[in-house]
Design a protein around this ligand. Structure first.
Ligand SMILES: *Cc1c(COP(=O)(O)O)cnc(C)c1O
Length: 380
């Protein structure tokens, strides 16, 4: 199992230091010693979010904070605009609906990025829209949304700006305060390179003002409860958190600080550029528009004549490289190369060597070394 190289959009490979941190003794989660770790972890989290506001940790996967974030700011019947251009945008909308929120869908063709002008138009058309949700990095299609530009636009509206950065935070440019993001959520198992199971959320002052007037119908995911417990001395979480996973997240955030957030984002962008070049060198085609292709995951059209099962089965079983498949209607039509977390030259060289050999094994007319050779060029 150790031999499988994860090239996934989560979970990503976890560094030995992080795994070791998890094996430390479990302490009382309502103690000074744990309070210190919780404080330190949430402060490091705020540094990665680039916000002066507090970050809250919730035990659960990324979906938990998507739900906590949306349930915190809208009452049933209130309107929220959901930008939907893939699986995760759709999830935000479904979560809103499940809370009785009146969701307005702004549909974007899968593989394309939302045009901020369309958001402006939707907001101008309906002044009752209380918030918008945007997925920064639509992991299902490999598309990055222009969250900075949308942020500029949102400064002219009272509606809150909710952004899912689950598969981008720590891998692409996110600046919560500068972009004017009101609710920002992320998960542990993507670019932060910690094990799955922890999620983080931060809210602006404007968002907190709204929270106080919302009767959240969520119990475990009630942000008021997290705020109250987090404000205690020492700080706590309302319910027992995964102490061990917080140790792990703490360690992975220390690693991010050591690398430097900016260096880390640049490393991801470089990996993305190298990946796109290598994909083309193998004669394969990107799924999304290249100009909006993600910094952390590249979606590629499945070549004609081979199935997802034989393609990804071969890269994994014969060459030890785990790639991701397509989701929903893209199942079988695309495969995705995750290059988030601890990915650099070494992993990409192995991955593209495996992809090239697999295409050859499946009788495609390709130069099997073209991808790995392109990676070499990119990193020379
Ligand atoms: C992974 C992911 C999530 C959360 O998924 P979980 O499986 O709940 O962690 C949310 N949004 C995006 C964009 C993601 O990539």
């Amino acid at each position: 199992m150790d031999d499988i190289l994860l090239m996934l959009p989560g979970p990503t490979t976890v560094a030995p230091r992080v795994l070791e941190a998890m094996s430390q003794a479990v302490v009382n989660h309502r103690s000074a010693i744990f309070g210190e770790i919780l404080t330190d972890t949430s402060e490091l989290m705020s540094e990665v979010f680039k916000t002066q506001n507090k970050s809250y940790l919730i035990t659960g996967s990324g979906t938990a904070v998507m739900e906590a974030g949306i349930a915190a700011i809208a009452n049933p019947g209130e309107k929220v605009l959901n930008v939907v251009g893939g699986k995760f945008g759709e999830r935000f909308m479904k979560i809103a609906n499940s809370h009785g929120i009146d969701s307005k869908e702004l549909s974007v063709e899968w593989g394309k990025a939302v045009d901020p002008k369309d958001i402006k138009e939707a907001l101008d058309a309906d002044e009752n829209i209380k918030a918008i949700t945007v997925v920064h990095n639509e992991t299902s299609t490999g598309v990055a949304a222009p969250i900075k530009e949308i942020g500029k636009l949102m400064k002219n509206y009272d509606a809150l700006y909710v952004v899912d950065t689950v598969s981008s935070l720590g891998g692409d440019y996110v600046d919560v305060d500068k972009y004017g993001i009101d609710v920002c959520v992320t998960g542990s198992q993507k670019c932060l390179a910690a094990p799955p199971g922890m999620a983080a959320i931060t809210l602006s002052d404007d968002a907190w003002k709204v929270v106080d007037n919302v009767n959240s119908n969520s119990y475990y995911l009630d942000m008021k409860a997290y705020k109250k417990s987090g404000g205690k001395t020492p700080p706590e979480t309302p319910y027992t958190p995964s102490v061990s996973l917080i140790y792990a997240l703490h360690e992975s955030l220390k690693i991010i600080k050591e690398e430097g957030l900016d260096n880390r984002v640049k490393r991801h962008h470089k990996a993305a550029q190298a990946t796109v070049k290598a994909v083309k060198a193998l004669g394969l085609e990107l799924f999304p528009d290249e100009s909006v292709s993600s910094a952390t995951v590249t979606a590629v059209k499945m070549p004609e004549g081979i199935t997802d099962k034989e393609f990804r089965g071969t890269t994994r079983d014969k060459y030890g490289v785990e790639l991701a498949g397509g989701q929903d209607h893209l199942k079988g039509n695309v495969f995705r190369i995750g290059h988030m977390g601890n990915i650099s030259y070494k992993e990409l060289a192995i991955a593209f060597s495996a992809i090239g050999m697999t295409l050859k094994d499946l009788n495609l007319d390709v130069d099997p070394g073209a991808g790995v050779s392109s990676i070499t060029e990119s990193y020379l």
